[in-house]
Design a protein around this ligand. Structure first.
Ligand SMILES: C[S@@+](CC[C@H](N)C(=O)[O-])C[C@H]1O[C@@H](n2cnc3c(N)ncnc32)[C@H](O)[C@@H]1O
Length: 221
């Protein structure tokens, strides 16, 4: 696991890496009969899990970073927290969750790893359970020259890595951290392997900000 996120979460100024994507999901979560939720790639739990717990949901959280999970333990029972790699078998039983959220996190692997992770999410979710995800959009990467791209959002340079469809920033706090960027249709078709995508404002994938696509679906199995 790349150590950059340990450093990011140790730093007091880590807000930039905490998403507000729960704001898109919460009204839908509240309307459905949801009790048990997993926050996959939860970070320090300040974005989503603490809020969901305050609202009375039974919250579990999972992340690769020890530092992040330690911060989550300030409010969430340790028995519901796990440190691990989301691209490996997830440590939960089949049909365990009513809902899984994964914000700005599933994109830290190759497309193959992401597909494996989606299959795992489908396994641990109940049939028709809800999955909410946000992912990085490819359209903001502009090819400068071979293997070097400019991220049009912050003008940072990104290297195309040998790993299939992945890019790494050459500077900044996420230096060296793998990101997978997908086109809107690519993301749709990956998700549709396992989930029946639900429309938001007539679209299956919406843009939350220039850095993320957001989508949600019902578990098909
Ligand atoms: C940009 S942060 C997002 C945190 C949180 N989901 C949010 O929306 O605020 C990405 C998180 O993904 C975690 N992460 C990256 N690769 C991971 C992996 N392979 N398995 C589990 N977590 C991972 C990082 O440790 C980090 O906490």
């Amino acid at each position: 696991m790349h150590p950059a996120y340990e450093e990011i979460w140790k730093n007091k100024d880590s807000k930039k890496f905490i998403s507000n994507h729960i704001n898109y999901a919460l009204p839908i979560i509240e309307k459905n009969n949801i009790k048990r939720i997993l926050d996959l790639g939860c970070g320090p739990c300040k974005g989503a899990s603490f809020l969901l717990q305050e609202k009375g949901f039974d919250v579990y959280a999972f992340d690769a970073s020890k530092t992040a999970i330690k911060k989550c333990s300030e409010k969430i029972d340790e028995s519901k927290l796990k440190i691990g790699n989301m691209y490996e078998t997830l440590p939960y039983e089949n049909d365990f969750f009513d809902c899984v959220i994964c914000f700005s996190a599933i994109n830290h692997g190759t497309k193959k790893e992401i597909t494996k992770c989606l299959a795992e999410i489908s396994r641990i979710l109940k049939k028709n359970g809800l999955f909410f995800v946000s992912h990085t959009p490819k359209k903001y990467l502009l090819k400068e020259k071979e293997n070097i791209f400019i991220n049009l959002v912050d003008k940072e340079k990104w290297f195309y890595s040998e790993k299939e469809n992945t890019f790494v920033p050459v500077s900044g706090r996420e230096k060296g951290v793998i990101h997978c960027f997908l086109e809107e249709k690519e993301l749709e078709s990956e998700l549709e392997k396992f989930f029946e995508l639900q429309k938001i404002n007539n679209k299956k994938v919406i843009e939350t900000d220039s850095r993320h696509y957001f989508a949600f679906g019902k578990n098909k199995k």
